[in-house]
Design a protein around this ligand. Structure first.
Ligand SMILES: *Cc1c(COP(=O)(O)O)cnc(C)c1O
Ligand code: SF4
Length: 317
């Protein structure tokens, strides 16, 4: 069975949604293609156009709206690029983009208009970027990003991890991925085995935004990662109609800490073209956080941040 839905029309039918949605979705998906795993789709409630998982993946006509302040490169990725696929904004850690593909296309993605064409996507072609990292002693952490680094096959990842571990000043490897959330089976024994053997301190930073994303299957996959001593942190994006209510957020954060998933960042939406309808004002985000503090332990509260161009870290809100 094919793992993905890439045809919006088929997806709309599968979810028993009104067929009017199809033509609008098809139009919007010409700018940023539609893609979702069948596993993620199976957690969407049928016939519910407001399902929080559905809203993250279904292209809509709102994406075609233009709004002042919404741009193609909201976080200044282009200026931060040392070379295609190598970004550094912050001291001591570099972002290595190793693929442009993801298992799911999130409609609010800040890299929806990122140019992945020139990014080196194989162990061999990444070598140039690794040499640059090698020359810079001040870097101690490599963050694998994309796209989604776990789109790579285990064998290729193993080669890359080993190569990174050879760089003396690199102490930590961070993997930014949404794959455990959208295709839990990707966390297979081969991957766990190779993660357990890498001679680097590894951190997993996953990305999920609402309760139903953390199904029992997903939680099981995350457990396997933690079983080899790798901490799992979650980052989320504040999204209108998806997680911008105190009740939903409280439930979601509680679900995380009850499963040893450490809430990390709550990102204020990056103002990328096509994502205007997901916008939640900072004032509302701040209120949400202060309400959550009254209801949950301190370690359950994510850092509410914004990616500000030219700043030396994520900007705390
Ligand atoms: C977000 C980000 C990081 C990681 O920042 P942390 O605060 O360490 O999580 C690193 N590099 C770039 C370019 C980033 O956008
Ligand atoms: S998984 Fe991450 S990089 Fe990929 S589309 Fe979603 S937000 Fe963007």
């Amino acid at each position: 069975m094919e793992k993905y839905f890439t045809d919006v029309s088929e997806f709309v039918d599968y979810l028993e949604l009104p067929s009017e949605l199809k033509s609008r979705a098809e139009q919007a998906s010409q700018k940023f293609s539609f893609k979702v795993t069948k596993e993620f789709a199976s957690r969407i409630e049928k016939g519910n156009p407001k399902d929080p998982l559905l809203l993250q993946v279904l292209p809509t006509e709102s994406e075609l709206l233009e709004k002042k302040g919404f741009v193609s490169d909201p976080v200044g990725d282009r200026n931060a690029s040392k070379r295609a696929g190598l970004l550094q904004k912050y001291k001591g850690r570099v972002l290595l983009v190793i693929t442009g593909s993801c298992a799911i296309n999130c409609r609010y993605c800040f890299r929806r208009e990122f140019n992945y064409k020139q990014v080196p996507k194989t162990t061999e072609s990444i070598e140039g970027n690794l040499r640059l990292i090698e020359e810079d002693n001040s870097v101690e952490e490599v963050i694998l990003s994309g796209g989604d680094p776990l789109m790579w096959k285990n064998m290729e990842l193993e080669k890359l991890f080993k190569r990174i571990a050879k760089i003396k000043h690199i102490k930590r490897l961070r993997i930014h991925t949404r794959l455990p959330i959208v295709n839990a089976k990707r966390i297979d024994s081969g991957l766990i085995n190779l993660l357990s053997k890498v001679n680097l301190v590894i951190y997993f930073v996953i990305h999920s935004n609402s309760c139903n994303e953390l199904s029992p299957l997903v939680i099981g996959a995350l457990k396997r990662i933690k079983s080899v001593g790798i901490p799992v942190l979650n980052q989320m994006v504040l999204l209108k109609g998806i997680n911008d209510s105190v009740e939903e957020m409280e439930k979601f954060l509680r679900l995380q800490i009850n499963n040893h998933i450490q809430p990390y960042y709550l990102h204020q939406l990056d103002k990328v073209n096509g994502a205007t309808h997901f916008f939640v004002p900072v004032s509302k985000g701040r209120k949400l956080i202060s309400e959550l503090r009254k209801r949950l332990p301190g370690y359950a509260i994510p850092k509410y941040v914004y990616e500000k161009k030219g700043f030396t870290s994520k900007f705390p809100l």
